[in-house]
Ligand binder design. Structure first.
Ligand SMILES: *Cc1c(COP(=O)(O)O)cnc(C)c1O
Length: 377
């Protein structure tokens, strides 16, 4: 079924095809060329990430993080249950047991109050997911990691251009706080390249090895910089780097990052103001932004009172040619992981699985139309 107002429509800034054409005719099609370097430098300079490596997806970036943190069979990794499968899969592929944590009652992000009780001598890492681009409580998470000597891998797939403010007033970009962070440029995110991602490496200890894992386990990057006179197989690795054609597309997006963000924030604000009174009247929750977090307008969601109300709301919009969609199903109840889960109930995660609905959010959205139809519900 085709919708007048789809859930997402990829936004082109205009120069994508031009830069892709340029990459093709310069004769450099494989990875780690001019456009890859432009993108990586852009992110490092703008957000203060230690070192950036483009990847073919956020899933890949998470898999690199699991390799870098040296996760071994039987190691435990703590993450929210309310997240995308890739957050967990990357670590499960290395044999980890996942200790799923509940969401906060106010919003889907991990409840940091519960993390302490999940830490055991086998715990190796915490993976906070910045849902909707809204920061998890990173100060608390980094303090726990320091106390128990754990790695922190931020799943920042939705969190480009979003910030966390520490209690001393310091503001840092999401993805620059954990030891490692993974971003996505999938076409449903704010900044896109079709499929695409990036690993931000903030801890010095990972920098050299990250480049090797990225280049199939070879020291090829050192070779191209003239640091070694031949390159070979020096570690495990895989093919994680995207082609220059993908990086060229991404570069065109980055040139317009401010404009994209401004537009999305304006849409988000129109939703928020237009729906406030209506939402209160129906007992429907609007997105919550804690005082330490910023809003990068990745997503606008509603939290319905129950599954029936959500189903009726989605149906109402569908009848009016608007596609709104629900999101994650708790991973601890998934067919794959339920038999491995330790049996703890995670009620808030389940409530967001049943009650959260995402409204259309894209650059040229007619947001007034969606607000008008919702208010008739
Ligand atoms: C989109 C997303 C991913 C996966 O990103 P890909 O680039 O599609 O691999 C992982 N985690 C979260 C939280 C996401 O939103």
């Amino acid at each position: 079924m085709l919708f007048l107002t789809p859930f997402n429509r990829p936004h082109l800034t205009g120069k994508e095809a031009h830069y892709m054409y340029d990459a093709v005719y310069e004769g450099k099609l494989s990875g780690n060329g001019k456009y890859t370097k432009l993108c990586q430098q852009f992110f490092e300079n703008r957000y203060g990430f230690g070192k950036c490596l483009l990847t073919t997806s956020c899933t890949d970036a998470l898999e690199m993080a699991a390799l870098l943190t040296n996760i071994q069979p039987g190691d435990e990794v703590i993450m929210p249950s309310y997240t995308f499968v890739s957050t967990a899969n990357a670590f499960v592929l290395r044999g980890a047991n996942i200790r799923f944590c509940d969401s906060r009652s106010e919003e889907p992000n991990i409840d940091t109050e519960l993390i302490d009780s999940l830490i055991t001598p086998r715990t190796k890492a915490i993976v906070p997911v910045h849902y909707a681009g809204v920061a998890c409580d990173m100060e608390r998470i980094m303090a726990l990691a320091a106390k128990y000597n754990l790695w922190v891998v931020e799943d920042a797939a939705q969190a480009i251009d979003s910030y966390y403010t520490f209690s001393d007033g310091t503001k840092k970009a999401l993805g620059s706080i954990g030891h490692l962070a993974a971003f996505s440029f999938h076409e449903t995110k704010n900044i896109i390249s079709g499929e695409g991602g990036m690993l931000a490496i903030n801890d010095e200890r990972f920098k050299a090895r990250a480049e090797i894992i990225w280049e199939k386990g070879t020291n090829r990057s050192s070779f191209f910089r003239g640091e070694v006179d031949k390159y070979g197989w020096v570690d495990v690795g895989s093919s994680f780097l995207p082609s220059e054609i993908v990086a060229a597309f991404l570069w065109a997006q980055l040139e317009h990052l401010e404009q994209i963000q401004q537009r999305r924030k304006a849409i988000w604000q129109t939703y928020y103001e237009g729906l406030q009174e209506w939402a209160t009247r129906h007992g429907i929750g609007l997105p919550v932004t804690p005082p330490y977090a910023s809003n990068n307008a990745h997503m606008f969601y509603l939290v319905c009172q129950n599954l029936e109300q959500r189903t009726a709301l989605i149906e109402h919009l569908k009848k009016n040619q608007i596609l709104a969609v629900f999101h994650y199903l708790s991973l601890h109840k998934s067919p794959f992981y339920a038999p491995r889960h330790d049996g703890r109930e995670l009620p808030h995660s389940d409530r967001f699985s049943d009650c959260l609905v995402r409204l259309p959010m894209f650059y040229d959205l007619d947001v007034e139309r969606v607000v008008d139809e919702l208010i008739k519900f």
